[in-house]
Every structure is written in structure tokens, then in C-alpha cells.
Design a protein around this ligand. Structure first.
Ligand code: UTP
Length: 304
């Protein structure tokens, strides 16, 4: 286990999944590039990483990686056109994404699972603790989670997962954690993890969501992790090994998240995220809320 105090500067963002729940939109575009209001979902995730002090970002990409790379790169032609028009507002929005962080890329040849995607980050990360942010999981910036997870790692060492209490009927959609209390509110010790269990087999209703702070020992475990559920190499299985044998890389703790979070890889949650964030926007919100109220109340004429 590395020292709990080793600073965390690197963020890994796996974005190589097939996005089958969102076909056909994701046939030629990564789901992380789907717009949430006027920014692709992945930009919110990179902004979250940099807000938590993680300025070195490694994106694990798959097929169709071009749009992701282009989004975080400069687009001189577009910049010139906007500059010539004197459109400073739009120009600054175009520049925003390329100035956020140093973004590196590694290719996951075959999408063999989230654990495999994380393993692809090893040459870049080395023997340092690091954060993993799933590119399709959006955490509201007003509810910071990563900073709290980093503090828990500093206190206990090892690895830290983010947990969400879900209705027991939903637990089969997530990795699920068996936990015991630590005496600190919203911080638990993880005793075991199981990927997408049947409701009857779930050790709790704590679902693992897409933020992790990991000890580099996870790379050693991932190397020997066999394909699990769905034939994929599961990060949950590697964390289960670490939780069961803390001598390998320290304990696993969970931070219980009670804030706002959207799974933008799920169609219904994606729609909720857009409606909510659009309603709260200063520029779009007032008109959009007004329209939405009328729509919900059935006060609209066909053409409105
Ligand atoms: P999901 O479980 O959401 O899978 O991946 P998916 O393939 O992306 O989407 P669906 O279920 O088919 O619609 C969780 C996260 O892990 C990444 C995905 O990009 C997503 O951020 N991932 C998954 C990889 O990077 N590589 C993989 O092999 C699998």
C-alpha cells in the first residue's frame, strides 16, 4: 500500500464502453459526448476532476475516440471565425474545454470491461494512488464528492468507493457493497462487493457509483482478475479481493453520497439531467421553466 498521504493528482476516465443502452445515438459517437444542455457529458466530468485538484487526466477510449480527442483539443479554424466576428462569448466557450486540464489518451483495444479499462491506465499512473471517474456518471458540482473521498483515503489509506443508497428493487443494476459502520457519518468500511446481485443476494442497498479513489495495488489485483459477470473483467471483483485482504493494498472504505447524480448512459436519467440543469441555468432557465410548467399542466397548444 502506498502512503495514505501520497498526493492524488491523476484522474482516469474510462470512456470505452459500447453504450448499448443508448443505441442508435451511440453507434458512431461515444455516449460521453452526448450533450447535456450545451456541453458534452464528459466535460462536466473533467471539470469535476480539475475542481478536485486533479489536473492530469487520462481518458481510456475505444472505437470512435476522435470526437473526445477533438473536444479537448484546440479548433483553430472555429476560433478564427468567431474571433473575426467579434463573438467573444462563444469564443470563450470554445476555448474552455481545451484549457481545462492536460488530457492524455490510452486506447482500450477490446472493451473487456471496466476493470480492464482501469488496467490500461497503469503505464500512465505508475505506483501512485489515483481517482477514477466514469465518463457517463454526472455528479452535480454543488455536491462535491471526490474531495471527501480523497480525505478518507488520507485518513485510512487503501481505496475508497462512492456509495448511493438505492431502492432494493434497483440494486441488481449496480455493484453492491457489504458495509460496517466506522462511527463517522457517511463513511463506512466495505467488507465485500458483488457486481449486479439479485435482490435476494444483495448484502445491502448500497450501490457503487462511478467515483473511485484507488491504491495502485489494484493494478496487481486486476492482472489476476478473471472475467466475471457478463464475461467482463470487473473492477468490482478486484475491489472485492482488496476488501477481503487489506494486506494487499489497504482497506476499502465507502463514502455515502447524498447529493445529486445522473447516469447519463441511461436514457431516462439522461433526460432528467437535461431538464434539471436547463431549469437551473440563468440564461435558459426562466423561459424553459415557464414552457415546462405549461407543458406539464397540459396548457399548451399543439404548435407551442
Ligand atoms: P457501462 O457498464 O455503463 O457499460 O460502463 P457501457 O458499455 O459503457 O454501456 P451500456 O451498458 O452498454 O449502455 C461503465 C463505464 O465503464 C466504461 C464505460 O465507458 C462507462 O464509463 N467502460 C466499460 C470502459 O471504458 N470499457 C469497458 O470495457 C467497459
Amino acid at each position: 500500500m502506498t502512503s495514505p498521504r501520497s498526493p492524488i493528482t491523476k484522474a482516469v476516465i474510462p470512456a470505452a464502453g459500447l453504450g448499448t443502452r443508448f443505441l442508435p445515438a451511440t453507434k458512431a459517437t461515444p455516449k460521453e459526448m452526448l450533450p447535456v444542455v450545451d456541453r458534452p457529458a464528459i466535460q462536466y466530468v473533467v471539470e469535476e476532476a480539475t475542481s478536485a485538484g486533479l489536473t492530469d487526466v487520462l481518458m481510456v477510449t475505444g472505437r470512435n475516440k476522435r470526437p473526445l480527442e477533438d473536444h479537448f483539443d484546440r479548433n483553430y479554424e472555429l476560433e478564427e471565425v468567431l474571433r473575426a466576428k467579434g463573438d467573444e462569448g462563444r469564443l470563450s466557450r470554445v476555448l474552455e474545454s481545451s484549457a481545462l486540464a492536460t488530457v492524455h489518451y490510452v486506447r482500450q483495444g477490446d472493451p473487456k470491461g471496466l476493470g480492464h479499462a482501469v488496467a490500461c491506465a497503469e503505464p500512465h499512473v505508475g505506483r501512485q494512488p489515483f481517482a477514477v471517474l466514469l465518463g457517463d456518471d454526472l455528479i452535480d458540482p454543488r455536491d462535491p464528492l471526490l474531495t471527501r473521498m480523497t480525505e478518507v483515503r488520507e485518513q485510512h489509506g487503501g481505496s475508497v468507493v462512492a456509495l448511493l443508497e438505492v431502492d432494493p428493487s434497483q440494486i441488481h443494476l449496480y455493484g453492491c457493497a457489504g458495509v460496517e459502520p466506522t462511527g463517522v457519518d457517511a463513511v463506512v468500511r466495505v467488507t465485500g462487493l458483488v457486481e449486479k446481485p439479485e435482490r435476494a443476494d444483495a448484502p445491502s442497498n448500497y450501490a457503487v457509483i462511478g467515483r473511485y479513489v484507488l491504491d495502485p495495488a489494484v493494478f496487481d489485483v486486476l492482472r489476476e482478475t478473471e472475467p466475471g459477470r457478463g464475461g467482463e473483467i470487473q473492477l468490482t471483483d478486484a475491489l472485492q479481493t482488496l476488501a477481503g485482504d487489506p494486506s494487499r493494498g489497504g482497506p476499502v472504505h465507502g463514502v455515502v453520497f447524498r447529493g445529486r447524480r445522473y447516469d447519463t448512459g441511461d436514457r431516462a436519467d439522461y433526460l432528467r439531467s437535461i431538464v434539471r440543469l436547463a431549469c437551473e441555468r440563468e440564461d435558459l432557465g426562466p423561459d424553459f421553466r415557464d414552457w415546462l410548467m405549461k407543458y406539464v399542466n397540459g396548457e399548451m397548444r399543439e404548435i407551442e
